[in-house]
Design a protein around this ligand. Structure first.
Ligand SMILES: CC(=O)N[C@H]1[C@@H](OP(=O)(O)OP(=O)(O)OC[C@H]2O[C@@H](n3ccc(=O)[nH]c3=O)[C@H](O)[C@@H]2O)O[C@H](CO)[C@@H](O)[C@@H]1O
Ligand SMILES: C=C(OP(=O)(O)O)C(=O)O
Length: 433
């Protein structure tokens, strides 16, 4: 996998060199979703039987999680595509700082470990470029289920005899929080009700996998999820849902370059808010059950938007739309309501000639007629995607440095872009600690 870390602490740093100005045209196959694959792979901890997960994307985050699970003693066959996990042996329920610091989603092992093994030691994930990202609601929920939790030397140390079902209200909608508690509740004694639960399609995908493993879950996809605990779960085979954020990223790249693309292996029903905004931007969109065809009907109108939990507009698509708006007609406003620091791409987009001002949690984008290639630095996953889109629009050459963030969440991005006619190549720029 390009750009993967060569040791726990050292990462190979690649850069993308993009010769902009080509409209994207052609067909591309969308991969399995990072944000569904990660919790589903963690669900393997809930059973002694093998869990077979298919359509697992080849991503750095998947590699990190498999390393974490192997380190605990989980037998893992396969790295991507089809992955079979067996958590049958006595495990060492430890998620160390070295791995957790590179991937916050590692916190998803906490609920399953406490539910099945009665103890866990998981590094506190800490903040990241996009915000503070506390995990207090994960911990509060597990405590309500009877877990004893403390923080010792930067680790969450948890124990429980058997988790007990509880009624849990989360005052903020949290995706991984909902997933952690839902997994924990599957093996608890009695019934758990999660109120103000996340409705994201990835939560639903995880619930479907858990149900196939024998869990009793109702209400997934709504904001009240009810889980009746069972004694044991069993193995199953589960295909990971298509990545709606990768889908949206390719759609925006095509719209921003005035292209014409057909995306295969997608689930259009998970992208209503994004498709709606693309139509408003002047894209013509035709969907079948598993494909989306986008063509631009005329000039890019740009769109104002506000991020919020599903089914509203996803925060993970905000940066990509900002790149498109940078060259749209008129002025647009993008408001970020989920993360307090998710405008890291603004400064870099400005280096390409974009006219963007930030006021609190709103970015005001005044469309310019053209962006011009420059060297920019990727700071987080979706900021990186927005810089790639900007590079595809810009005149001349854009160098996007530090793309290891992209490798966390986009499978073979440059190959897929090249298949759509983009001039993109990857170069090694060094290593970082
Ligand atoms: C692996 C994965 O699925 N990542 C996604 C997940 O992240 P993640 O699950 O980490 O994001 P959350 O949904 O938990 O965060 C939403 C908001 O809740 C706050 N919060 C969260 C938990 C908590 O205990 N306390 C608290 O205050 C966060 O700081 C944030 O402001 O959902 C985000 C929001 O759609 C997406 O951007 C991420 O791509
Ligand atoms: C923020 C993201 O991921 P994570 O929660 O894994 O950091 C993302 O996928 O855009």
């Amino acid at each position: 996998m390009g750009g993967s870390g060569s040791s726990l602490d050292r990462y190979i740093v690649d850069r993308l060199i993009i010769a902009g100005g080509q409209p994207l045209t052609g067909t591309v196959e969308i991969s399995g979703a990072k944000n569904a694959a990660l919790p589903i792979l963690c669900a393997a901890l809930l059973t002694a039987q093998p869990l077979r997960v298919t359509r697992v994307p080849a991503l750095r985050d998947v590699g990190t999680l498999l390393r974490l699970l192997r380190g605990m003693g989980v037998e893992v066959e396969g790295e991507h595509g089809e992955v079979v996990l067996s958590a049958s042996t006595a495990l060492e329920p430890l998620a160390s700082y070295d791995l957790v610091k590179t991937m916050r989603a590692s916190i998803l092992v906490l609920g399953p470990l406490l539910a099945r093994f009665g103890h866990a030691r998981v590094s506190l994930p800490g903040g990241c470029a996009i915000g503070e990202r506390p995990v207090d609601l994960h911990l509060k929920g597990l405590q309500a289920m009877g877990a004893h939790l403390s923080v010792e030397h930067g680790y969450i140390v948890g124990s429980a005899t058997r988790l007990q079902g509880a009624r849990i209200f989360m005052d903020t909608v949290t995706v991984t929080g909902t997933e952690n508690l839902m997994m924990a509740a599957t093996l608890a004694a009695g019934t758990t009700v999660l109120e103000n639960a996340a409705r994201e399609p990835e939560v639903v995908d995880l619930a479907q996998c858990l149900i196939a493993m024998g869990a009793k879950i109702k209400g997934h996809g709504t904001d009240v999820i009810t889980i009746e605990g069972v004694e044991h779960l069993q193995g199953t085979t589960h295909p990971v849902m298509p990545d709606r954020i990768e889908t949206g990223t390719f759609l925006v790249a095509a719209a921003a370059t005035g292209g014409d693309v057909l995306l295969r292996g997608v689930r259009p029903g998970t992208l209503d808010a994004v498709l709606d905004k693309l139509r408003e931007a002047n894209a013509r969109i035709r969907c079948t059950e598993e494909t989306i065809h986008l063509t631009m009907a005329g000039p890019n109108h740009g769109v104002s938007l506000r991020t919020a939990p599903y089914p509203a507009f996803p925060t993970d698509m905000q940066a990509q739309f900002m790149a498109m708006n940078a060259v749209a007609q008129g002025t647009t406003v993008i408001t970020e309501t989920i993360f307090e620091n998710r405008f890291m791409h603004v400064q870099e987009l400005r280096r390409l000639g974009a006219n963007i001002e930030v006021e609190g949690n709103a970015a005001i984008i005044r469309g310019v007629s053209q962006l011009e290639g420059a060297t920019v630095m990727a700071t987080d996953l979706r900021a990186s995607a927005s810089l790639v889109i900007a590079g595809l629009i810009a005149q001349g050459e854009t160098v996007v440095d530090r793309i290891y963030h992209l490798d966390r969440g986009y499978e073979t991005l440059e190959q897929k872009l090249r298949a759509l006619g983009a001039e993109v190549r990857r170069e090694r720029s060094g290593t970082i600690e």
